[in-house]
Design a protein around this ligand. Structure first.
Ligand code: HEM
Length: 334
């Protein structure tokens, strides 16, 4: 199923874009309201409150200089907001969560029929077509209807795994697609109509791999499952000297399983992107980063290459990967 154990320290990561994400979320929620933040009253109440408590607990312990508990709630020292968390809450917990964590949250509960249903969600940054309202109260099968090979390959193992999942067994996974902007609500690629392609004058420098970092954990009291999602944009231009990255992208864009190519919308930009990737691949060969006949493989170092030693940053000897130690190889400049 391609899931990994989650280091709980990284459940809700902070980064330099935090404020930007919070502003975007606030804009989406004020413009679209419950279309991207909705819940089933009654059934989701305990889980929403429990998630809020858990997020406040996590943020205040993990980032004490950014979030501080007060006698009545919590101070977000980044945005400057003081939140009153005394119950009954003045606002729905999902709205408060949206002003604390940059992540989007889905809350899923198992019903008597054994299936898992979406009972609450605050998702201002889905990136694509996914709106919350039409999926509310639906089982995971309905949420994944459009996902290629879900019914053939994913459904059974996912259900089996949910049945065993314990509160102290959080995991993470990632989903990705290619886009040429940083829109949270809907990337340009999803805004294109059927048959439309990337605008021909789009600069190659704009291309990103949008990695949606997702985590799954079970709440101990309500037993609800929390699915968090947060996009991280990796510029292809900035990754151009990562060994094999351009080659792998080209391979996936051209040779991925047919339904996945369609689901990720590759046909909307492949003929525009491939010449750029070809140039980056040739650059890596010319610089000795890869050899033309190197077998294509992902790097053992996660998430990127292991060659850079910051201690050697200014000496020019910072690159320790054997690829750069090949005779004649030219390390990219820091
Ligand atoms: C509470 C649990 C989960 C929720 C709420 C959830 C929600 C979603 C949503 C909203 C999408 C986008 C659907 C669209 O394109 O319209 C999606 C896609 C997808 N989900 Fe899930 N999901 C959950 C669990 C999982 C798990 C456990 C897996 C497998 C390990 C999984 C695998 C996928 C895959 C493969 C896609 C297609 C996009 C991609 O390549 O990642 N999901 N999911």
């Amino acid at each position: 199923m391609s899931i990994f154990k989650l280091d709980i320290n990284h459940w809700l990561d902070m980064d330099k874009w935090y404020l930007r994400y919070m502003e975007d979320k606030a804009n989406v929620l004020s413009k679209y309201g419950r279309e991207y933040c909705d819940w089933i009253p009654g059934e989701s109440d305990d889980a929403c409150q429990e998630l809020l408590d858990m997020v406040v607990d996590h943020l205040t312990k993990r980032y004490p200089s950014l979030f501080r508990r007060t006698a009545i709630g919590v101070d977000n020292l980044v945005t400057g907001e003081s939140m009153d968390l005394r119950t009954p809450l003045a606002e729905h917990p999902l709205h408060l969560l949206a002003r604390l964590a940059k992540e989007d949250f889905y809350i899923v509960k198992q019903r008597a029929d054994g299936q898992h249903y979406l009972v609450a969600a605050c998702v201002p940054g889905p990136g694509g077509f996914f709106g919350v309202r039409e999926k509310m109260g639906k089982p995971l099968d309905a949420i994944h209807t459009e996902v290629p090979y879900y019914f053939e390959k994913l459904k059974v193992s996912m259900e089996r795994w949910f049945a065993r999942m314990k509160p102290n067994d959080p995991v993470e996974r990632a989903s990705w697609f290619i886009c040429w902007d940083h829109e949270l609500l809907c990337n340009g690629i999803y805004a294109l109509g059927p048959g439309e392609r990337v605008p021909a004058d789009t600069s190659y420098l704009k291309y990103n791999v949008r990695v949606c970092r997702q985590t799954l954990r079970r709440l101990p009291q309500s037993q609800a499952i929390i699915f968090s999602n947060h996009p991280i944009f990796y510029s292809i231009e900035e990754m151009k000297d990562e060994p094999f990255v351009p080659s792998m992208l080209k391979k996936v864009v051209l040779e991925g399983p047919e339904k996945i190519l369609k689901y990720k919308g590759f046909e909307k930009f492949d003929d525009h992107l491939i010449p750029y990737l070809d140039r980056l691949i040739q650059r890596q060969i010319d610089m000795g980063i890869i050899k033309a006949d190197d077998p294509l493989k992902t790097r053992p170092a996660y998430p990127f290459a292991d060659w850079y030693d910051p201690a050697e940053k200014h000496t020019g000897r910072g690159y320790t990967n054997p690829i750069f130690l090949r005779e004649g190889a030219t390390a990219p400049q820091p």
